[in-house]
Design a protein around this ligand. Structure first.
Ligand code: NAD
Length: 327
């Protein structure tokens, strides 16, 4: 098996001062990549002033392991400052791992606009800000690898702001991939859905427990220690490093990773329902057409998988089937 190497390349890993970002950065550095360790150093929920020099600690660790790294302490909300620093220090940028994130623990009934905005500012606008600044570098190089970090929370979880922000980055990555395809450049944007035991999950669990105790409820049940051990962040990084490699041709692809488990997700579109068939195309479909078409809308075997750039009604022959008989 020949190793996947990154010699001569430069990667930016945001939020790499701890947790998943730190693990991704270490593996990239071990494969010959020069890594910029960005981390603001805030609390898990984005509150509080930056404390400690977490990025310096990761740089020292990587150097001790024989790798090359530099530190950056800007917030991802100021992406241009980060990219300017990367370019001034290293003169190139091949890979951006958008990993920085915060998790505000309020349940829906407690969620405030301030908390909602704080979450979206870092988790979604932060990715926008970094990628907006990185994009011209990728385009000039005609090459780039971008990974955004989503979450299983998008499937539904009691953290609405977080889930919305993590669903947002999927749409953003799909759109960046669409732009890259339009330009016909070797730029790939992919999506990671990780699961790991980190400061974020530990502090979130503690905040949830504190609330439960306040409400007179027992603390939430914890996974056994051996399960948590299996969920160490380094068990995720192989997927990130693969998605960051020039050999990886995946585009706007969504991958789960955690505890040494990996999976790929697809969008799934059902078989097309032509609600206007009975009424004629000029008539607006009726709600009853939808009610009576439930079997078709549940038929995923007869459907397809939209990919970046498909747009709506992207099933190759859907429009043809709707309007074909008018020819
Ligand atoms: N741990 C999990 O199970 C899990 C699951 C799904 C998604 N994620 C996502 O993975 C990413 C990494 O999470 P983690 O579990 O390692 O969390 P973590 O809290 O251990 O690490 C996140 C890092 O991001 C940094 N950060 C926060 N705001 C920043 C900002 N504005 N600019 C720069 N850095 C900032 C923090 O200082 C911290 O070091 C996050 O985006 C998180 O939402 C984690």
């Amino acid at each position: 098996m020949n190793d996947l190497r990154f010699d001569g390349q430069v990667a930016l890993v945001t939020g790499a001062g701890r947790g998943l970002g730190r693990a991704h950065a270490r593996l990239l550095a071990a494969r010959g990549c020069t890594v910029v360790i960005n981390d603001l150093g805030s609390a898990f929920d984005g509150t509080g002033a930056a404390t400690g020099r977490v990025a310096d600690e990761v740089v020292a660790l990587i150097e001790a392991e024989g790798g090359k790294a530099t530190a950056n302490y800007d917030s991802v909300e100021n992406g241009q400052a980060i990219i300017d620093d990367v370019m001034a220090t290293h003169g190139r940028l091949d890979i951006v791992i958008n990993n920085a994130g915060i998790l505000t623990p309020e349940v829906w009934s407690e969620l405030t606009l301030e908390s909602w905005q704080r979450t979206l500012n870092v988790n979604l606008t932060g990715v926008f800000s970094v990628m907006k600044a990185a994009w011209p570098v990728f385009v000039a190089q005609q090459y780039g690898r971008c990974i955004v970090t989503s979450s299983p929370a998008v499937y539904g979880a009691g953290v609405a702001a977080y889930a919305a922000s993590k669903a947002g980055v999927i749409g953003l990555a799909n759109s960046l991939q669409f732009e890259a395809k339009k330009l016909k450049l070797d730029i790939k944007c992919n999506i990671l859905i990780p699961q790991a035991d980190t400061r974020m999950t530990q502090d979130f669990g503690a905040a949830v427990d504190a609330r439960r105790v306040q409400q007179g409820k027992p603390a939430a049940r914890k996974a056994p220690a051996e399960v948590m051990q299996r969920l160490s962040p380094d068990k995720v990084s192989a997927m990130v490093v693969w998605l960051a490699h020039q050999d990886c041709q995946a585009e706007a692809s969504i991958h789960e990773a955690g505890g040494g488990y990996f999976a790929r997700l697809n969008w799934a579109r059902s078989a097309p329902l032509f609600a206007t068939e009975k009424e004629g195309v000029l008539a607006a479909p009726l709600p009853e057409n939808i009610r009576d078409g439930q079997n078709t809308l549940a038929d995923f075997a007869g459907g397809d998988h939209p990919i970046s750039g498909d747009g709506s009604m992207g099933a190759p022959n859907a429009l043809e089937q709707v309007f074909g008989h008018l020819k």
